[in-house]
Design a binder for this molecule. Structure first.
Ligand code: GLN
Length: 538
């Protein structure tokens, strides 16, 4: 018998209230009590996955081990829970419709008219229960993207109603996250928008079981009572979610408010094991109490939107806590860096990270930043495009191949030191066709990375189309840029290092996707350490 419990998290009043963080925090508390939990995100947009979206639209695209290009909330889930997610953890409307239409073409609906109800809603319910049916989880938390009342989310809300009806209140719980705005002129917190959004949910046949209220000020007892009465929830099911200085505080805040207790009670699950948050709190203490600072440049072209480099920024938080230093990241737009101002732009910084990216815009600035870091012994970490830029810089300035480039940026370059592999050459579709997901990499003995990982073989996640061109390897290595990580299956170069430099590493993969609170990524930990050392030597 399948006893998996399902929790849905919906949002009301406004977007960006942090449903993902609430879902991840509740999951953390339940996990800390010994439950096996996973989180899923349902996105109401029509893209099949966020892989084709510009980072300005939805922030970073997060990649799982199985090569799914997913919503950045999955990154929070992994960072909080330290459990890997997969394609099944992120479903979009595009994917749902694609699957239903494919079934229709195969004749699976036996001549029936294919409709939103029941065909689309059945597909949604199947996708939710797929995770429960694995038997790997006691609880599946499903976050529904968007805001209640949106046209796009209607089929999802209807699916929740059906699941609650089919499986019963003991097995399906709805948590509604809303905003309690503070009106300065009136000096009051206002509940009306929340009342309206709960009402909208009810119009779709769903009664919220728990109300989580985002607020800038504490909720008084009277206000909690009012919310309970007007929104038809128990008083203890009104949970305050006050603004926090870091997202990593939210699990403790939710613990204090009893979100886990009321959840367990409503799902008829035991609350006898108290949550073990020892490791979590140790991390928090280090994160908050570190006094020394290290300043790192993050160079990219989407720096205006913090969410574009979410996993990198979070990896620095984990690595900072591990080193007991505060990592201060200065984001610098690569388009505004040139030969003349690079020294000034990077002055006072102790390490340089060149971020992943696509397309030509801003690459000359990135190459200048690499050159500056290399020439000035500044610790350098290049991720994906940042690794490719390091190869191009070396080829241009050390090998003297002035026009060296990636064929992504200049298809006619005489020296494509970064190039397309044959299997990519005939691909015309953009969606889901890059080298994606987890690949093996063998590390060269005595390299920085071998020491950092303390392993011979590693597995890291990828998201790119272009590769290090092996034809230039001999020249580059002779000149001092060594390939220290090789994919054993394909022979492709995954890592480059400069052994004569204090800390210069370029990786073709994305270490940032695998850094978690419980397991800070060793490359980030080592990079921050090197940057801190650099700051002390200055
Ligand atoms: N644009 C480069 C490629 O496709 C790098 C991609 C990335 O940085 N994720 O190979």
């Amino acid at each position: 018998m399948n006893t998996t419990k399902y929790i849905f998290v919906t949002g009301g009043v406004s977007s960006s209230l942090g449903k993902g963080i609430i879902a991840a925090s509740l999951a953390k508390l339940l996990q800390a009590r010994g439950y096996r939990v996973t989180i899923q995100k349902l996105d109401p947009y029509i893209n099949v996955d966020p892989g084709t979206l510009n980072p300005y639209e939805h922030g970073e695209c997060y990649v799982t081990d199985d090569g799914a290009e997913t919503d950045l909330d999955l990154g929070h889930y992994e960072r909080f829970l330290n459990v890997a997610t997969s394609q099944a953890n992120n479903v979009t409307t595009g994917r749902i419709y694609q699957s239903v239409i494919e079934k229709e073409r195969r004749g699976e609906f036996l001549g029936k008219t294919v409709q939103v109800i029941p065909h689309i809603t059945n597909e949604i319910k199947e996708r939710v229960q797929l995770l429960g049916d694995t038997g790997d989880y006691d609880i599946v938390i499903t976050e529904i993207g968007g805001t209640v009342g949106d046209i796009e989310s209607l089929p999802y809300i209807e699916s929740v109603r059906q699941m609650k009806w089919e499986l019963g209140d003991d097995n399906v719980l709805v948590i509604h996250l809303t905003l309690i705005p503070y009106l300065k002129a009136a000096g009051e917190l206002k509940t009306k928008p929340t009342q309206h959004s709960v009402k909208t949910l009810m119009e779709s046949g769903i009664k919220a079981d728990i109300l989580v209220c985002r607020t800038e000020h504490h909720l008084s007892l009277d206000l909690r009572k009012k919310l309970a009465l007007f929104c038809n929830v128990q008083e203890e099911a009104v949970i305050e979610s006050i603004d926090a200085s870091t997202i990593y505080d939210v699990p403790n805040l939710m613990l204090k408010e009893g979100l886990d207790m009321i959840t367990l009670k409503k799902l008829n699950l035991s609350d006898s094991t108290p949550p073990d948050l020892e490791q979590w709190n140790k991390f928090l203490k280090r994160h908050k109490n570190s006094k020394n600072e290290v300043h790192i440049a993050l160079i990219g072209k989407y720096v205006e939107l913090q969410d574009s480099y979410k996993s990198i920024l979070e990896s620095f938080i984990h690595a900072g806590a591990e080193n007991e230093v505060k990592v201060k990241v200065t984001s610098i737009h690569s388009e505004y860096i040139d030969k003349n101002n690079v020294a000034e732009k990077l002055s006072g910084l102790h390490g340089v990270l060149v971020a992943p990216g696509f397309g030509e815009r801003g690459i000359e600035g990135k190459i200048e930043a690499v050159r500056y870091a290399r020439e000035n012994n500044l610790p350098y970490l290049g991720i994906c495009l940042g690794m490719q830029m390091a190869v191009i810089e070396y080829a241009r300035n050390i090998l003297g191949l002035e026009e060296a480039n990636s064929s992504e940026m200049n298809p006619d370059t005489p020296h494509p030191v970064i190039d397309l592999m044959n299997e990519q050459k005939n691909i015309t579709n953009k969606g889901g066709t890059m080298r994606l997901g987890s690949w093996k990499c063998e590390l060269k003995k005595d390299s920085i990375t071998e020491k950092v990982y303390n392993a011979k073989t590693i597995e890291e996640r990828h998201r790119h189309r272009y590769e290090y061109n092996d034809q230039y390897r001999e020249q580059l290595e002779e000149a001092g840029l060594i390939a220290t990580g090789i994919n054993p299956d394909t022979g492709l170069v995954e890592i480059v290092e400069i052994p004569s430099h204090p800390w210069f590493v370029g990786v073709q993969y994305h270490p940032e996707y695998k850094s978690t609170v419980a397991n800070p990524h060793p490359l980030f930990v080592s990079f921050v350490k090197a940057a801190y050392k650099h700051s002390e030597n200055k």
